[in-house]
Write a protein that binds this ligand. Structure first.
Ligand SMILES: Cc1cc2nc3c(=O)[nH]c(=O)nc-3n(C[C@H](O)[C@H](O)[C@H](O)COP(=O)(O)OP(=O)(O)OC[C@H]3O[C@@H](n4cnc5c(N)ncnc54)[C@H](O)[C@@H]3O)c2cc1C
Length: 556
């Protein structure tokens, strides 16, 4: 039945990272585009996120004299993600296409007036591998005055950071008690906030700034947006996707797509049934993704024959839940805690079991894998007083004054000796003592023989750059502290299999005509690894861009 209630050239399901990017490509060719978003807010988890995009060989690296090339980046991706036969989302072809298209996509956005830049120093997560970049390949948006959105302002999903500072500055501000640069940044931030108040501006940062700027550019270009408009079905005729069905006033409403449908509908982090099926042991209540991340579009694409892959993968983010935060939409993550000196992570037998300074994805994967052998969910962060004095913890500033209910509720355990602390967390005192003694031995020789913590630039960056040794410090000064750590996440990482043009594929490798997908609705081109900061948002943008170009190039 080829009848539609409405017709567009391109239909985008979900307002994630790639949605507006693809919309801009289409509008540049004066084609009509609609973005259908099921929640009341535009921007998806991308708007909530750090807004960092991992884009190799980008123009800002060139501007800043940071060396990179297509070949260097491809060799890095080969080193971290290549050589496997269980990652159909991550073929050599797709990895190369990602690198080649990514820098072009950034140039395109800049040409469209989207103000982007890079973070000065954010090492790739495996910077020691061939082709790794110590300076990093991250691209972010400049601060954005959200008031520029006018009546659409209220429609942009808020970011989790309300501070008026770019990410670069925020990363440095955590060291305010140690660094003059951080103090200067704080002063600048106060002045900026005052200036904003006086001039009626409202600066937003990170993913809010990125999606705010994209939203502004897309609106200006004439992209049509519909909120509270969830796609219920794909319309498939003769094996090709021709449009989608939404509900309008409670009735099915058929929207046709002349040149294709792009699914940019996020992953399935909030769908516990899918998690139980593909990622047993993980919990929807530990995700920081936006509430729309419920996976039904992945299921709908499967219903039409799409192949899926890498569904076991999530981008873990180690999390600790102080009392009262369990139901917060964005719960506190403790990414750098056990990477800093004077802290380690142990399983429920009191043993260390990984390099605690690895990427958040590797960290949580490590927890879940360890849990198959020894109970390790939750694991315990073990810290001494040197740590507590010098490092932030779960959203609190450095120093021993933590909220009273942290201790009353048992969230933060405190004891005068390691043995006593072991008793509080149900670990054999001799086992924890042995782990701590062994770790202190590594500190003394400046080298972690068990897990090489601190050997990479990334480890040291994540630790405490102002400490004598940024990664390793003794656990010896009481009182001692313990805190549960669970494998939370910032999104799933598997989904439908797509090719180098972002077309959705069937199991037999054939293309589902008219159907494109991007972002975490797809099996990542990075395979089972997080190569660097921005490896979720970056791909969502890049494949959205690629899909739009392909759909346009192939129109009759
Ligand atoms: C706090 C936090 C910080 C993060 N920081 C970073 C970072 O800096 N860099 C990075 O790479 N990753 C980061 N991540 C992860 C990253 O944000 C997500 O993986 C990524 O944004 C997903 O983008 P997407 O485009 O695939 O989907 P999303 O941005 O989640 O967009 C999908 C949209 O589709 C909508 N939708 C779903 N189903 C339907 C339907 N049936 N019909 C219509 N609409 C639908 C959803 O409501 C949602 O709005 C972070 C995550 C969090 C939570």
């Amino acid at each position: 039945m080829n009848t539609f209630d409405e017709m567009f050239d391109f239909v985008v399901v979900g307002s994630g990272g790639g949605s507006m990017c693809s919309g801009l490509v289409f509008r540049k060719s004066a084609k009509s585009v609609v973005v259908l978003e099921k929640t009341p807010l535009i921007g998806g988890t991308t708007a909530r996120s750090g807004g960092v995009m991992w884009i190799p060989n980008n123009r800002f690296m060139k501007r800043d004299g940071v060396p990179d090339s297509v070949e260097q980046a491809v060799s890095y991706l080969e080193a971290v993600s290549g050589g496997r036969n269980d990652t159909p989302g991550s073929t050599a072809d797709r990895r190369r296409a990602y690198v080649e298209e990514g820098s072009e996509m950034v140039d395109f956005l800049v040409d469209q007036g989207v103000k982007l830049t890079r973070v000065g120093y954010w090492p790739d997560y495996y910077d020691e591998k061939p082709g790794g970049s110590e300076q990093g390949r991250t691209v972010v948006a400049e601060l954005f005055d959200v008031n520029e959105l006018g009546p659409w302002k209220a429609k942009l999903r808020p970011n989790f950071m309300t501070i008026m500072a770019p990410l670069d500055e925020m990363l440095k501000m955590q060291y305010i008690n140690k660094s003059w640069e951080a103090k200067k940044i704080a002063a600048k931030m106060v002045l900026r906030t005052l200036y904003a108040k006086l001039t009626g501006k409202h600066y937003i940062t990170a993913g809010g700034a990125l999606q705010g700027r994209m939203f502004q550019a897309a609106l200006k270009a004439g992209v049509d947006f519909r909120t509270d408009t969830g796609v219920k079905e794909l319309i498939v005729e003769d094996g090709a996707v021709k449009g989608v069905v939404v509900l309008k006033d409670g009735q099915p409403w058929r929207i046709g797509a002349r040149l294709g449908v792009l699914v940019n509908a996020g992953g399935f982090a909030h769908n516990q049934a899918m998690r139980d099926q593909y990622q047993p042991g993980t919990q929807a209540k530990w995700t920081n993704t936006a509430e729309g991340d419920t996976g039904e579009m992945i299921q709908e694409m499967m219903r039409h024959g799409a192949a899926i892959a890498q569904m076991e993968e999530m981008v873990g983010n180690q999390m600790s839940l102080p009392p009262g935060t369990e139901n917060d939409p964005v719960k506190p993550v403790v990414q750098g805690v056990t990477a800093a000196p004077h802290a380690i992570l142990v399983d429920q037998s009191g043993a260390r079991y990984m390099n605690e300074a690895g990427s958040y994805m590797a960290y949580c994967k490590g927890m879940l894998e360890r849990n198959q052998v020894v109970p390790a969910v939750p694991s315990w962060a073990i810290m001494d007083s040197q740590f507590i004095r010098s490092s932030m913890l779960a959203g609190t500033m450095a120093g021993p004054n933590k909220p009273a209910n942290w201790f009353e509720s048992g969230f933060l355990k405190k004891a005068d000796t390691i043995e006593e602390l072991a008793g509080l967390i149900g670990v054999a005192p001799a086992a924890l003592r042995a782990t701590v003694d062994r770790f202190n031995g590594f500190v003394a020789k400046g080298q972690d023989d068990d897990f090489k913590r601190g050997a990479r630039a990334y480890d040291r960056w994540l630790g405490d750059p102002f400490a004598a040794n940024p990664s390793l410090g003794t656990i010896e000064q009481g009182p001692f502290y313990a805190m549960e750590v669970v494998p939370g996440d910032v999104g799933t990482y598997g989904g439908v299999v797509t090719d180098r043009h972002a077309r959705v594929l069937r199991e037999d490798g054939s293309v589902i005509t008219g159907l494109y997908a991007t972002g975490v609705s797809t099996a990542s081109a990075m395979g089972r690894v997080y190569p660097g900061a921005g490896a979720s948002v970056g791909p969502s943008f890049v494949w959205g861009y690629v899909a739009a170009k392909h759909a346009l190039a192939n129109c009759a």
